[in-house]
Design a protein around this ligand. Structure first.
Ligand code: IPE
Ligand code: IPE
Ligand code: MG
Length: 259
């Protein structure tokens, strides 16, 4: 992906339009998932505290939502806070939670107007009551949105999600409501947070790290993976459309061969 930091605004918006038109000519991924990484490095490279990177990262979320709506993505799933992120310093966790509360309040109207339904998934019991209430309000206020789902993974870890699904199946079996032979991949997927959602078609990770960091391990079985060196706060609509164009150049085979 190209960098265009030095580009004047008009040139940038013309380029954005060109990329959007081009992306709209091809098949747009129905579900895009993003590991939003690099906020800390963005801030540190400017001599700023890490939370400034997170604040800038929240602006990039807005860019990704608008880009998704314009290009016709139906589901946008963002990794906002992992189970492992609870191991970060308390001050950084507090800054992230404050931003979450702020984001929920500042974006709710626009998201509702644009027809975006927000769904939050993860171990929400671990959130402070204020943060939990904020995301619940956001979900409730946007529940009728039909244009796109914005799915936010918060306090999320894929291994715990899978273990939780197994536990729920065992409970049903012990209660006599499920026979072991009924458990297959499709039945298992119905116990995940993502039950009923299509799997991601495209998984983007920003900031160059080539790993999935416990994100949607089950669901990305056949996702196209795209790692970009761009740090999350710098990831704008042009980067998003470029990612869609890259997706359109991929050949998805699902293990089959052409006949
Ligand atoms: C991503 O940015 C945001 C969260 C994980 C919450 P990081 O905070 O991980 O930024 P880097 O990877 O340290 O640059
Ligand atoms: C993944 O980023 C989690 C989120 C983007 C929320 P991390 O920065 O936590 O992942 P690692 O530590 O680089 O694997
Ligand atoms: Mg990181």
């Amino acid at each position: 992906m190209s960098e265009c930091g030095a580009m004047p605004d008009t040139e940038r918006s013309e380029r954005r339009e060109r990329l959007l038109v081009e992306a709209l000519r091809g098949e747009v991924p129905a579900h895009v998932a993003i590991i939003m990484d690099g906020n800390g490095r963005w801030a540190e490279s400017r001599g700023l505290p890490r939370w400034e990177g997170h604040r800038e990262g929240a602006k990039a979320v807005r860019e990704a939502v608008v880009a998704s709506l314009e290009v016709g993505v139906r589901q946008l799933t963002l990794y906002a806070f992992s189970n492992e992120n609870w191991l970060r310093p308390a001050t950084e966790i507090a800054a992230l939670m404050d931003l979450l509360v702020e984001y929920a309040a500042s974006e709710v109207e626009e998201l509702r107007e644009r027809g975006v339904r927000v769904r939050v998934f993860g171990d929400l019991e671990r959130l402070a009551p204020e943060a939990r209430a904020a995301v619940q309000r956001l979900e409730a206020a946007t529940g009728a949105g039909e244009k796109m789902s914005l799915n936010l993974a918060i306090s999320y870890g894929s291994r715990s999600e899978i273990a939780r699904a197994a536990r729920r199946l065992v409970e049903q079996a012990l209660a006599g409501a499920l026979r072991p032979e009924e458990v297959d991949a499709e039945r298992f997927a119905r116990e995940l947070y993502t039950a009923g959602w299509p799997d991601p078609d495209l998984l983007i990770r920003t900031s160059g790290e080539q790993r999935v960091s416990n994100f949607l391990l089950w669901q990305i079985a056949y996702a196209e993976l795209l790692v970009t060196p761009v740090l999350w706060p710098d990831f704008d609509q042009t980067h998003f459309f470029e990612a869609v164009l890259e997706y359109q150049r991929r050949e998805r085979r699902y293990g089959r061969v052409e006949v």
